[in-house]
Design a protein around this ligand. Structure first.
Ligand code: PNS
Length: 182
C-alpha cells in the first residue's frame, strides 16, 4: 500500500487559516486582560475577521462602563499589533448573543479555556448556543503563563491599590493607574 505523503490531511503549514469565516469573541472584558488579548490574537490568526463583543453580564458587578471597555479593547488590540482591518470591537446588550453572531454573518464563537472550571462554566452555554442557532463554539487554550489571569482578580487588585500591570495590556494598566490611559 502506498503511503500518503501527507497523512491525516496535514498541510505543511503550522497554522491553517479557516478561510472566509467571521468569528465572535464575546466576554465581559471588565477590564480586558492579557489572557483576553492572547485569545483575540489567536482568533485573528485563524479567522478572516474577528468581532470582539462586550456583553453586559448581569451576574457580575461592573468595574468599568461598557463604553470604557470598548476604548480599552481598541487601544489594547492596536498595542498588541493585531491588524485593525481584521478586528471589529462592538457591544451587545439586547437579546441573545447568537442574535449578534447571526446578524453579522459569523459562524462561530471563540472562547479561551484556562482550566476545568472554565470548561464547566462554558460547556452548557456552548450547547445552548448551538441549540438556539446552530452556532458552534471553538475553545482556544491561552498561553499557560496567562492561565491564572482573570478580570475578577484584576478588579480586586486594582480596588485595593495593587499593581495590575503584569496581568493587563499597557493601555488598561495606564487607565487603572491614572484613570485616563494616557
Ligand atoms: O467574560 P464573561 O463574563 O465570562 O462572559 C460571559 C458572556 C458574556 C460571554 C456570557 O454571559 C454570554 O454569552 N452572555 C450572552 C447572553 C446569552 O445569549 N445567553 C443565552 C445563551 S448562553
Amino acid at each position: 500500500m502506498r503511503r500518503n505523503a501527507q497523512p491525516w490531511g496535514r498541510t505543511d503549514r503550522y497554522a491553517v487559516t479557516v478561510s472566509n469565516q467571521i468569528a465572535v469573541v464575546p466576554g465581559s472584558f471588565d477590564p480586558p486582560t492579557l489572557g483576553h488579548l492572547d485569545v483575540i490574537r489567536r482568533a485573528a490568526d485563524l479567522y478572516d475577521r474577528v468581532h470582539v463583543v462586550v456583553v453586559h453580564n448581569p451576574g457580575k458587578e461592573a468595574l468599568l462602563p461598557i463604553a470604557q471597555r470598548l476604548v480599552l479593547l481598541e487601544q489594547s488590540i492596536a498595542e498588541a499589533g493585531v491588524p485593525a482591518e481584521r478586528v471589529t470591537v462592538a457591544s451587545w446588550s439586547v437579546g441573545l448573543l447568537v442574535d449578534y453572531v447571526t446578524e453579522v454573518g459569523a459562524s462561530v464563537l471563540v472562547k479561551g479555556i484556562r482550566s476545568q472550571v472554565d470548561v464547566t462554566y462554558e460547556a452548557p452555554m456552548a450547547v445552548v448556543n448551538r441549540n438556539l442557532a446552530g452556532v458552534e463554539t471553538v475553545f482556544l487554550l491561552p498561553d499557560p503563563a496567562l492561565a491564572l489571569v482573570s478580570s475578577s482578580l484584576v478588579r480586586q487588585v486594582a480596588a485595593l491599590g495593587g499593581d495590575v500591570s503584569p496581568y493587563v495590556p499597557g493601555a488598561v494598566a495606564r487607565f487603572l493607574d491614572t484613570g485616563s490611559g494616557a
